[in-house]
Design a protein. Structure first.
Ligand SMILES: Nc1ncnc2c1ncn2[C@@H]1O[C@H](COP(=O)(O)OP(=O)(O)OP(=O)(O)O)[C@@H](O)[C@H]1O
Ligand SMILES: [Zn+2]
Length: 479
């Protein structure tokens, strides 16, 4: 069942790269914090989606496709959503307006991430389905909060329920912040009802105009962190293997998830391995909605916002993976162009291979990815396989196709005219003319044609057809 390549993953909690040992190899469990659905996702938001999709694929390869459970939630209750609903649908009752915003944004998100070559997670729960106790008895936010109060880890004050950080002696392990650091930055005056300025909200009151649920603490709505504690427990249990998200989530979101889950369940850990992707940046700054320096996934897929034309989702995927997931990325047109050239070369080299469902990806590529998702080194291996394939090695071509497909790339997205590319007819004609010249032993003419193409960035490779012995020529664009 397992492929045998041991995985090593960097764990934010221990700040080291460690061998990955699942709690249960029959069911490897991963949770990744998903989007808040109030607006188009930007390409910074696409980074964790792509990075953890690659990890999902690697886990499925290693432990078997039916032995991995991947949960990515959808945050559909948030004050940013309320504000957007009121702005976009002022004539509708708020609840109806919110439903419109989250439905539309959720559908857009699903379409965007599909275009990036990602597999659907096993479950994509919505926060609003986990606020109140459920008929199926799965963990929910209100029950978790009640348990935290009963255990002495939370208290009600001023219509809110707050987590009591002092009740957890090792609070702050993930981010390395101790309570004193947090206290120093807090604004005491605003938070007079808190026992401790670092205490965070589990539940807050809703006004008549705000979305709310009837709870033991009156009509209100949950804080952000508690939703992930509820949904991860609902699908993955009290302790699971991997929890992921972007760097910005380490504090306070993940720190607080850990506090809630551990204190509610009485466990000494929530997830074994905590993984965080680096930021996608624009001129050295994190791409973010609040800074206004963002480009949406949809802009890139469908408009000429960057570079004057639309880009295939495969190109965005490769552009994202070319840099190690923990490093920052400066996103640029140049990066997209490099990714496009590279992927097109791989697709050309893999052309013609016919894949069966169980075709295995290349073992060396897997080994590189198993080392904390080292995609860069995996891509060097792919280049070498492509080179072999270009020497008319059908096995290499087949292996390349199987590996590209495992990595989530289509095999022909850049080779069809629909996708904005087709073999320029003049190349085919030039190659024909050159072969004719060679067969007529007119080597001067053949060389002239080769040089002309070379000036256009096209290099030629001659080979003998293994069956007929006939002279043939392949080409590739030079990097
Ligand atoms: N610039 C970025 N680079 C990498 N990951 C990011 C970036 N911005 C957000 N993320 C990640 O995207 C995921 C979805 O986050 P969320 O929907 O909360 O984004 P957001 O908070 O709306 O974005 P923003 O920071 O622009 O307001 C999270 O895992 C977050 O860490
Ligand atoms: Zn979360």
């Amino acid at each position: 069942m397992t492929s045998g390549t041991p995985l090593n993953l960097y764990n934010t909690l221990t700040r080291t790269k460690e061998p990955f040992v699942p709690l249960d190899a029959e069911n490897v469990r991963m949770y990744v914090c998903g989007p808040t659905v109030y607006d188009f996702a930007h390409i910074g938001n696409a980074r964790p989606v792509i990075v953890f999709d690659l990890l999902f694929r690697l886990l499925r390869h290693t432990y078997g496709a039916n032995h991995v459970t991947y949960v990515r939630n959808i945050t559909d209750v948030d004050d940013k959503i309320n504000a957007r609903a009121a702005r976009d649908f002022p004539a509708l009752p708020l609840n109806e307006a919110i439903r419109r915003v989250t439905e539309k944004t959720g559908q857009q998100y699903a379409a965007d991430v599909k275009a990036l070559g990602t597999l659907e997670p096993t479950y994509q729960p919505r926060a609003t389905d986990f606020v109140l106790p459920r008929p199926d008895g799965k963990p929910d936010m209100v029950s978790l909060i009640e348990r935290l109060i009963a255990n002495g880890h939370a208290y009600a004050a001023n219509g809110e329920v707050l987590f009591d950080v002092k009740s957890m002696p090792d609070y702050g392990q993930l981010s390395g912040r101790n309570l004193e650091d947090n206290l120093a930055g807090a604004r005491i005056a605003v938070d007079a009802h808190k026992k401790n300025p670092a205490d965070f909200v589990l539940w807050k009151q809703s006004s008549a105009e705000e979305p709310g649920w009837e709870s033991p603490w009156g009509r209100g709505r949950p804080g952000w962190h508690i939703e992930c504690s509820a949904m991860s427990a609902a699908y993955l249990g009290e302790v699971f293997d991997i929890h992921g998200g972007g760097l910005d989530l380490i504090f306070p979101h993940h720190e607080n998830e850990i506090a809630q889950s551990r204190c509610a369940h009485g466990t000494h850990e929530m997830a074994r391995v905590w993984m965080h992707n680096g930021f996608l940046q624009v001129e050295g700054q994190k791409m973010s909605k609040s800074l206004g320096n963002f480009v949406t996934i949809n802009d890139l897929l469908e408009t000429g916002t960057m570079g004057g034309h639309a880009w295939h989702g495969d190109v965005l995927r490769l552009a994202m993976l070319m840099t190690h997931y923990r490093e920052p990325i400066d996103f640029s047109v140049k990066r997209l162009e490099e990714a496009e050239t590279k992927l097109r070369d791989w697709q050309r080299a893999a052309r013609g291979a016919e894949l069966a469902n169980d075709d295995a990806p290349d073992a060396s590529v897997i080994a590189e990815l198993a080392d904390d998702l080292n995609f860069h080194r995996a891509s060097v291996v792919l280049d070498a396989i492509a080179k072999k394939a270009n020497r008319d090695d059908a096995r290499a071509s087949h292996c390349l196709a199987a590996t590209l497909s495992f990595l989530g790339f289509s095999l022909d997205s850049l080779l069809t005219s629909d996708d904005g590319w087709e073999e320029p007819p003049h190349i085919a004609t030039a190659i024909e003319n050159r072969l004719a010249a060679l067969n007529a032993r007119d080597f001067a003419k053949a060389d002239t044609i080769r040089n002309e193409l070379s000036e256009q960035g096209i290099s030629l490779m001659d080979y003998k057809d293994p069956e007929t012995g006939e002279r043939k020529t392949k080409w590739e664009s030079k990097r």
